[in-house]
Design a protein around this ligand. Structure first.
Ligand SMILES: Cc1cc2nc3c(=O)[nH]c(=O)nc-3n(C[C@H](O)[C@H](O)[C@H](O)COP(=O)(O)OP(=O)(O)OC[C@H]3O[C@@H](n4cnc5c(N)ncnc54)[C@H](O)[C@@H]3O)c2cc1C
Length: 466
C-alpha cells in the first residue's frame, strides 16, 4: 500500500503496521461489541509526525481514529474499517512538572496512573481518578472529558486542562500550552476539543492543573434506609467538612449485595446486608488527627440523629482498599451477569429515585426477568446501571436502551454523563439534545473537519433515527 510505505518512510517501518499485523487492542473495544479492520496502524513519536500523518491521510480522505487505552465503553476508539488507527503510545513523556505554577505538561499517550503517581511523588495531586486509571491515557481522558470518583470536589477533566496542543484535520498544529488559569482572549477552542471523542482534533500534549497533595484521607462505608437520607448525609458532609468531601459513591442495596457476595470469602463483607442504600464516602485534608476526629464525630452524630443507620470507617490502607473494592473490583460480581448492558446517565440528584423506579418499571414491562443494578458518582448526579437478562442480541440491547433512556428523558437528564456518545449512544443523542443543539454541533464539526476525516462514524455521524 502506497500510503503505508510513505508513512513508514516518515516515522520508521517498525511504527507502521498493516492488515493482520495490527493487534486486537487497536481493533476491538473493551466491551468487545465493536470490531474493525483498519488498514494501517501508526505510532508517531512527535507532534510534528502526527501532523505529517494527518496531512497524508487527509490527501486520501482516509479516516483517522486516535486510540488511547481503549477503555472507553461506547465504542468511540474503534477505527473505521480500512481506515487509519493512530496510537500515541510512544508519546508518553511527562514533559515538565512546575510546582510553582502547579502544572504538569504531559504527552497525550501517557497513562493516567503514571501521571497521578509522578505528581504524588512531587507532593502534588492530579485529582482525576477512575477505575481504568492503569490503562486510560491522558489523550483519552481529555477526548472523553472523563469524570470519575472525585468530580464532586475537583470537577471533570475539563476543569483540569489549562493548556492544550492538538493537530487539526488538515494537519495544522494548534498550540496553547500555557499555564494561565484565566484567559478570556476570545473563543476558548480547547474546550471544543475536550470531550469531542477525537472528532475535532488529535490532542498531542496538555498542561494540567495540579493541586497540593492532601496529607490525610478518611474513607467510610455508610448505610441509610432511604435515598433522601443519603442526600441529607451528602449535604451535611459538604457543609461540616468544609470542602474536604471528595467522593460520594452511592450504591443501591442489590448492587452492594451482588458485588460483596461475589468477593466472598477472599474479602469479608464490610457491612451487613439489609440497608436500603450504601455509600462510599471519602474526605481528604491536611491535618490527619483533626480530620479523622471530625470525620468520626460527624458520622457518629448522623447515626445518633437517625439519618444514617451504620458506618464503617477504614482504619488502615487495607481497609480503605476493601471498601473501594466494592466499587472498583466489579469483575467477580459482573461475570455471572454476562452478557449485560451498562449505562452512564446523569440528572438532577433529586430525580434519581424517580428515574430508578421508572427505568425499573420500563424494563420489567418488556423483560420481567431483567436484573438492574444502580450505583454511581451520585454526588455529581451521575448514575450507572447494569442491566442483564442473561441474553443479549441487538433487539434486546435496543429494548434495554429504550427503557433506560426513556426514563432519563422523562426526568430531563442526559444519556451520557461521562463516557461519551461513541457508537452505542448515538441513536439516542437526539433524545436529550434539541434539534438546534444538534445543528450547532454539526456546524462546528463541518467547519473544523470539513472532509469528515477525524473519527467518522462516531458521535453525530453514528446517529440513526433512535
Ligand atoms: C473499569 C472502568 C472504569 C471506568 N470509570 C470511569 C469513570 O469513573 N469516569 C469516566 O469518565 N470514565 C470511566 N471509564 C471510561 C474510560 O476509562 C474513559 O472514557 C477514559 O477517558 C478513556 O481513556 P482511554 O485512553 O482508554 O481512551 P480510548 O477509550 O482509547 O478513547 C476514548 C475516546 O477518546 C479519543 N481519544 C483518545 N486519545 C485521544 C487524543 N489523543 N486526542 C483526541 N481524542 C482522543 C478516542 O478516539 C475515543 O473517541 C471507565 C472505564 C473502565 C473500563
Amino acid at each position: 500500500m502506497e500510503l503505508a510505505a510513505t508513512l513508514a518512510a516518515l516515522i520508521g517501518e517498525r511504527h507502521v503496521l498493516t492488515g493482520d499485523a495490527i493487534g486486537e487492542h487497536y481493533r476491538i473495544d473493551i466491551t468487545r461489541k465493536y470490531k474493525s479492520h483498519p488498514a494501517i496502524l501508526v505510532k508517531p513519536a512527535t507532534t510534528a509526525e502526527v501532523s505529517e500523518i494527518v496531512k497524508l491521510a487527509a490527501e486520501e480522505a482516509m479516516p483517522i481514529t486516535v486510540i488511547g487505552g481503549q477503555t472507553g465503553t461506547v465504542g468511540s476508539a474503534v477505527p473505521a474499517n480500512g481506515g487509519l488507527a493512530l496510537s500515541l503510545e510512544r508519546m508518553n513523556s511527562i514533559v515538565e512538572i512546575d510546582l510553582l505554577s502547579m502544572t504538569m505538561t504531559i504527552e497525550a499517550g501517557c497513562i493516567l496512573q503514571t501521571v497521578q503517581e509522578t505528581a504524588e511523588a512531587q507532593g502534588a495531586l492530579l485529582p482525576l481518578d477512575l477505575g481504568a486509571r492503569g490503562s486510560a491515557t491522558i489523550g483519552g481522558v481529555i477526548g472523553t472529558n472523563a469524570g470519575g470518583n472525585r468530580v464532586l470536589r475537583w470537577g471533570m477533566m475539563r476543569d483540569m486542562v489549562i493548556g492544550l496542543e492538538a493537530v487539526l484535520a488538515d494537519g495544522t498544529i494548534v498550540s496553547s500550552l500555557t499555564k494561565m488559569l484565566k484567559d478570556n482572549a476570545g473563543y476558548n477552542w480547547k474546550h471544543l476539543l475536550i470531550g469531542s471523542e477525537g472528532t475535532l482534533g488529535i490532542v498531542t500534549r496538555a498542561v494540567l492543573r495540579l493541586r497540593p497533595l492532601p496529607s490525610s484521607r478518611q474513607t467510610a462505608l455508610i448505610a441509610t434506609e432511604t435515598f433522601e437520607q443519603a442526600i441529607t448525609v451528602l449535604r451535611h458532609l459538604e457543609v461540616v467538612l468544609s470542602g474536604r468531601l471528595s467522593s460520594f459513591e452511592l450504591m443501591w442495596s442489590n448492587f452492594f449485595a451482588t458485588m460483596t457476595e461475589a468477593q466472598l470469602p477472599q474479602r469479608p463483607r464490610p457491612m451487613a446486608l439489609g440497608h436500603g442504600f450504601y455509600v462510599i464516602v471519602e474526605a481528604m485534608g491536611g491535618d490527619a488527627d483533626y480530620d479523622l476526629a471530625q470525620f468520626e464525630r460527624t458520622l457518629m452524630r448522623l447515626i445518633e440523629e437517625g439519618v444514617m443507620q451504620d458506618a464503617v470507617i477504614a482504619q488502615s490502607e487495607r481497609e480503605r482498599e476493601a471498601i473501594w473494592a466494592i466499587r472498583e473490583d466489579m469483575t467477580p460480581g459482573l461475570t455471572p451477569l454476562r452478557p449485560f448492558a451498562s449505562y452512564d446517565v446523569s440528572m438532577g440528584i433529586g430525580y434519581m429515585p424517580v428515574f430508578a423506579a421508572q427505568a425499573g418499571q420500563n424494563l420489567a414491562q418488556a423483560y420481567p426477568a431483567a436484573k438492574i443494578l444502580f450505583y454511581g458518582h451520585a454526588g455529581d448526579g451521575n448514575l450507572h446501571a447494569i442491566v442483564s437478562t442473561g441474553q443479549m442480541n441487538p433487539e434486546i440491547q435496543h429494548g434495554f436502551d429504550t427503557a433506560i433512556f426513556n426514563a432519563v428523558r422523562d426526568v430531563g437528564g442526559s444519556i451520557a454523563a461521562e463516557h461519551g456518545i461513541g457508537v452505542s449512544r448515538a441513536p439516542f443523542l437526539s433524545w436529550t439534545r434539541s434539534p438546534a443543539e444538534l445543528a450547532l454541533m454539526r456546524s462546528l464539526k463541518n467547519a473544523i473537519d470539513p472532509k469528515n476525516i477525524l473519527n467518522p462514524g462516531k458521535l453525530l455521524d453514528a446517529m440513526g433515527n433512535g
